[in-house]
Structure formats: structure tokens, C-alpha cells
Design a protein. Structure first.
Length: 150
């Protein structure tokens, strides 16, 4: 039987190398005009117009409780679909599409920062750093838990 590889779009967020499964990614965007939404949860940066579709922009730094990005830095985003709705995940910079053998995938180590453990499906060990694989569903279902609490 052939060894299966898994492909990920990689990006950086607050210095951490992250990945999202390639099949979950619809677009990679450079900086976009984002319109703020009154009374939205803190992690919702606003909405943007992508080819006529309204896309909710999620500030991943706020979502994960990380420091805000410096004022003059350029935002990029990765567009994913969750429950048939598009979401733009604001990131620091996009990397490459990387492919890894299935058998090198590991569960989250206990030493992984809590903010990443909550939204990560596991990791790949690279030379000198970890690639944290983000689970889109875990990342985006925070709105439901906040809506229930409201």
C-alpha cells in the first residue's frame, strides 16, 4: 500500500508556523478593506467583499488571545468555508504548500501552548520548529459558544 501524504497551506501567526489542510482553503488574499460590524465578538474583525460574496473576517490573533500585530504590518488572509459560509482568517504571512507523510503526524504535545492546543488537530515536527495543524471547525465554532452564552 502506498504511503499517503497530507498537503497543507502554511502560514505564520505571531511567529508560530501553522498549517490548514489544502482542501479547506478556497483563497489566499493580500490585504483587503474590512468593514467593522457593530456588536460583533472581539475576534470578528468585520466583513469583506470577495467577488460579490460577504465574507466574515476573523482576527486569529484575537481569537487565540495573542498580541495584536504592529500597526503598519500588512495583513494577509486565508479564506476557508465553514458550515457553507466563507470566512477570512487574518494571518501575518502566508508560506508554501507543504506535503507530509501521514505517519509523521503527531497528536499535540503537552508542551504546546494552551492557545494552540484548543484549535490544533496535531503537529508535524520540522527541523527546528513545529508545524501546528489548525482545525478549521475548532477555530470557527467559537461564535456558537459565544452566542449561546449571550
Amino acid at each position: 500500500m502506498e504511503n499517503e501524504n497530507r498537503d497543507f497551506v502554511t502560514f505564520r501567526l505571531s511567529g508560530q508556523l501553522c498549517g490548514i489542510p489544502v482542501l479547506s482553503v478556497h483563497d489566499v488574499l493580500s490585504e483587503q478593506a474590512i468593514t467593522a460590524v457593530p456588536l460583533a465578538p472581539p475576534a470578528v474583525a468585520g466583513v469583506l467583499n470577495l467577488r460579490g460574496r460577504i465574507v466574515t473576517a476573523i482576527d486569529l490573533r484575537k481569537r487565540l488571545g495573542l498580541e495584536d500585530q504592529k500597526e503598519n504590518s500588512e495583513n494577509m488572509s486565508i479564506v476557508v468555508e465553514y458550515e457553507e459560509e466563507p470566512y477570512s482568517l487574518l494571518i501575518d504571512s502566508v508560506g508554501d504548500v507543504m506535503s507530509f507523510p501521514e505517519e509523521s503526524f503527531e497528536r499535540n504535545p503537552v508542551t504546546l501552548d494552551v492557545c494552540w492546543q484548543e484549535v490544533s488537530g496535531g503537529i508535524f515536527r520540522l527541523e527546528g520548529e513545529l508545524l501546528v495543524i489548525l482545525d478549521v471547525e475548532k477555530l470557527l465554532n467559537f461564535e456558537r459558544s459565544q452566542a449561546v452564552a449571550a
